[in-house]
Ligand binder design. Structure first.
Ligand code: NAD
Length: 369
């Protein structure tokens, strides 16, 4: 473990929570005038700068924040690798409640912290931060993605994530039913926020039948109005008899309790970390349901962001997002040929790409410097 700690406020040792993993750098910033307490975790820059959003969240302790930021940063390494992107894995957290702590001065202090990491970490929007925050950060550092399109950024990634889910669903349809079409298929979407709502619109336009659930009645009403979807209680969404189940709310919804109750033939959703435990991948497979791994199918947003490097154009980004269709089929093939779960196959695909890049660097040390 090669962690490096900058400007350490009183907090736990990263060694205690990351003992079994390698991180290239973990950096801390405490800025007394603004109350900023932030951690950036850079898991890997083997494929490129560590890119990942900034989560502004009222963690109960710095240890909890550190666990979250490192887990999320590693997830970004795998997501980018499997998607074939030249981006590494990083993530950041700002500790506190944005409703009370957020100020322009704090966001700017955070932006200067990102600038100090000299491009090894590139930030973006996540829970608790907004596109306006990214625009502000962009005034003090160029190492920011997902700014407004008017400023040369790629804007809100949610529509791109929803489009990627549609491509993943088409791949699943091809695998299960022999045709890459969603017409007349029944899809149950749990969580119709930015991603789930846009997904509902795509599916409705393609002639799918919808059932939706959300804890926010206004979100449900808007989707029902646009698509004529049926409605189910959020607690029962996973059990709806449907062709596809799309978890698009929170993670950890697929567990020893919910998996035996699944009513779908396949799972394709945007929520990160859908499996409550690693064992749940095997549980889903044993129950005869096909699981399209979360970080493979929700990569549309990061593929969209990657297009900023070459000058963002939405049409070209959408063409790149379509690659998710082939990646999903590659993962299914790998799982079948190796006799492993689809989740394990996704990890193997990502690790293969990381190993290839590392070997290339060893052979040609000038590369990637
Ligand atoms: P969002 O906050 O806009 O939408 C989430 C929706 O889920 C909200 O409408 C909320 O009311 C609802 N919800 C919360 N708990 C629920 C429950 N128990 N049952 C049913 N509905 C519930 O968020 P989003 O941007 O649409 O993201 C959805 C998920 O996809 C998140 O897990 C996010 O991390 C993940 N994700 C999003 C993107 C993106 O581009 N936005 C990219 C990758 C992954």
């Amino acid at each position: 473990m090669g962690g490096q700690v900058d400007n350490l406020p009183p907090m736990v040792s990263p060694l205690s929570v990351m003992a079994d993993d390698d991180f290239e750098q973990v950096a801390y910033r405490y800025d007394a005038p603004t109350g900023l307490r932030a951690i950036v975790a850079i898991h890997s820059t083997v494929l490129g700068p560590g890119l990942g959003g900034t989560r502004f969240w009222p963690y109960v302790s710095e240890e909890e924040a550190l666990i979250d930021v490192t887990r999320l940063a590693k997830g970004m390494t795998y997501k980018h690798a499997a998607a074939g992107l030249h981006q590494g894995g990083g993530k950041a957290v700002i500790i506190g409640d944005p409703a009370h702590l957020r100020s322009d001065e704090l966001i700017l202090a955070y932006g200067r912290f990102v600038e100090g990491l000299a491009g090894r970490y590139v930030t973006a929007e996540d829970i608790g931060t907004t596109q306006a925050d990214m625009n502000l950060i962009g005034t003090v550092t160029s190492h920011v993605a997902g700014r407004s399109e008017a400023l040369g950024g790629s804007g809100d990634p949610s529509p791109a994530t929803a489009l990627g889910l549609v491509w993943a669903m088409r791949a699943v349809a091809e695998r299960l039913w022999g045709e890459a079409t969603l017409t007349d298929r029944h899809v149950c979407i749990a969580g119709v926020g930015k991603v789930g709502g846009a997904l509902a619109d795509h599916l409705h336009a393609q002639g799918a039948r919808l059932t939706v659930a959300d804890i926010h009645p206004g979100a449900v009403a808007a989707v029902v109005h646009r698509t004529g979807a049926a409605v189910v209680d959020p607690d029962g969404a996973h059990a709806v008899e449907a062709d596809l189940f799309a978890p698009c709310a929170l993670g950890a919804g697929l567990s020893a309790v919910t998996i035996p109750e699944l009513g779908c033939q396949a799972i394709v959703g945007s929520a990160n970390n859908q499996l409550a435990t690693a064992e749940d991948a095997q549980r889903i497979q044993d129950s005869g349901v096909l699981y399209a791994p979360d970080y493979i199918v929700n990569a549309g947003g990061v593929i969209n962001i990657a297009e900023e490097k070459v000058g963002y154009e939405r049409d070209r980004a959408n063409e790149q997002i379509a690659r998710i269709h082939d990646t999903v089929l590659t993962v299914f093939d790998l799982a079948e040929s190796a006799g492993i779960t689809t989740a394990a196959a996704a990890d193997r695909l990502a690790e293969q790409r990381l190993t290839e890049a590392l070997n290339l660097r060893r052979e040609s040390p000038g590369l990637g410097q």
